[in-house]
Each structure stands twice: as C-alpha cells, then as structure tokens.
Design a protein around this ligand. Sequence first.
Ligand SMILES: *Cc1c(COP(=O)(O)O)cnc(C)c1O
Length: 358
Amino acid sequence: MYKKLFIPGPVDVCPDVLKQLSRPIIGHRTKDISALQESISSKLQKIMFTDNTIILSTSSGSGLMEGAVRSFTAKRAAVFSIGAFGERWYKMCTANGIPADIIRSELGQPTTPEMVRNVLSGGQYDLITVTHNETATGIENPVGEISKVLKDFPDVIFCVDAVSSLGGAYIPVDEWKIDVCITSTQKCLALPPGMAIASVTDRAIEKAKTIPNRGLYFDFVELYKFVHDKAYQYPSTPSVSHMYALDFQLDRILSEGMIARSERHLEMAQRVRSWASKNAALYSNPEYLSVTVSCITNTLNIPFSELNAAMGKRGYLMSNGYGALKDVTFRIAHMGDNTVEDINAMLADLDEVIASFR
Ligand SMILES: *Cc1c(COP(=O)(O)O)cnc(C)c1O
C-alpha cells in the first residue's frame, strides 16, 4: 500500500514528474539526448551555484561516492565521519584498496574546521571527504567554514556528500570551492531513485588523469570526457526516462527558486524540531541541525515500530534510527516537495496516534 513518505529518501514524487517517465525512449547517441543532457546540466549548475562540469550517473549516489575516492586519491584520503554515511565512504576506500583514515566525531556532533586543520597539517592527505548532511543523526556540517580551512591546503581535493541535502539546503558549490559535490535523485530533488549527480572541477579531473586504476563505470575522467569531447553524452546507456523527469523537475525547482526552496526546508525543519522538543527530544547538537531530516530520541515510551505501524494505518511512513541509533531514535524527513502544511497534517495525526497509546 502506498504511504505518504516522511523517510529521508526515497521521497514522494509529483504526479506530473512521474508522467515524464512514460515518455517514448530516444536513442542514447542522438543530438536530442545531448540537448537534454545539456539542459539538465545548465539547470543543475544553477541549483548548485556552480560553473563546474555536471556528471550524471545511472546509479544511486553511492556509485559516484565510490568513483570519487577511486578517481581522485593519489596519496591518502582523510574521511571525516559524523555517522553512517561517513562510515560508508571509509568502507568504499578500504574495499578498493585506497589508503585512507577515518576521523570520527562523536555521534550527534559535526566535523569542525579545527579537526580538518589538525588532520591536514600533517601533510599526508591529498583528498578529504565530508558529509554535508548526515542522514543518520540529522546534522548539517559547517561546510562553508571547513572550506575556509582548505584555502591553506590547495593541493587537497575536497569531496562532499550532499546526497540528503542538495536541492533542499543552500549549497553554493563554487563559493565553498567544492571539487566534487555528489547527490542522488531520490532525496531533496524529489525524483524517483536511480540516478546520481555530481559537479566536478577541472583541476580535480587533471589530477585524476595521473591516477591509475580508477575503475571504469564510475571513472570521473571517462564521465567528464563524454560531456566535453562528445558534446553532452554519457559513456554507457543512461536512464533516458530519469533524464526526462530530471529536466522537468529542475524547471519546477527553479520556478520555486533554490533560495525559496531552502527557506521552505528550514520552515519544515523548524516545525518538526519544535514538535520534537515538546514531545520527545532532538538527538543532535542543536547548533548544527539539518534542514532536511530530524533525528529524534524516542522518549515516548512507545516502541517506534508500533508507532510507525499505527501511523501506517493513517497512510504515513516515518523512519527508524539508522546504524548505531536504530533503536534509540527515529527520524522524520522534511525534504523534497513536501510543504509545511503536509508536515502540520502529519504531526496532527502523530499527536492523535501517540494519545491513543496513553
Ligand atoms: C542516502 C544517502 C547516501 C546513499 O545514497 P544512495 O543514493 O542510496 O546510494 C549517501 N549519503 C547520504 C548522506 C545519504 O543520505
């Protein structure tokens, strides 16, 4: 049965966007598909506030995360982890034989600029990864502040996981000098799962060209070449259907305006935060809360599985905790095309459901 999604991806997709998936397929080496990919790229550049090259990948975001550490690490990667998705990036390094160290923050806390400076001042790293928005704890890292530290380490490639925030939070890629900024379609962009997106700098690509064993399917040099040398093409066969939906949805996002969209996300977040503070407790450091997902400590004395089942009967799906926080927290996402009214309606039902347990 369909339930309205308040989980941190996948999220609900507007029916007009879903219709785009049923358009007739066109050839993947045609001028028409190049025009479609170029159109998508120029719209994404606006949403990401960047002039960098846009790479598409028929995979979820994890594919490009793995491709990034393979493509851009020559010496050693410093993986800053504030939860489950930092751990994943570290696993991608070790699984590929990429020399890497993981620098963990306490759960519920951010990566700080001081941590980054301390780690990089040793000089052994040439790539760092930072999670912009940790979906497990509902923390938004101070990426803008971290980017100021990186001015002193110009040879370090800066990779950012913005999977659960891009298209919801304000992420000025060029101002923050992010070399590789990665997202997926199924979170704040409010599209079906199945495609990933990254922006990449020319200097990162120049470096990647000197690195052996980058793999092939997620090799950023290969993906970049097909954009530049083949006039907006893709090395293998892309999900043409997703590309139609993406192009259409990006127009909707741009007509709302990326700034207005990020303000709407903040407003939804504030509504959920105030509910959580009143009825339970927010898990994470209040100074770094995510605008796209809230991680709530379950102080309700109701097992979350029962709460979610009762909400399910009313047509809603929320999310349990992730990883180490599976049983102590639950999560409410406020991302994508949902509105403050949607959040209010869901919270009103949640209040009634909680009352029914008392
Ligand atoms: C969902 C998520 C991922 C994984 O993305 P997929 O598209 O499922 O591969 C990575 N990082 C963060 C922060 C996420 O929320």
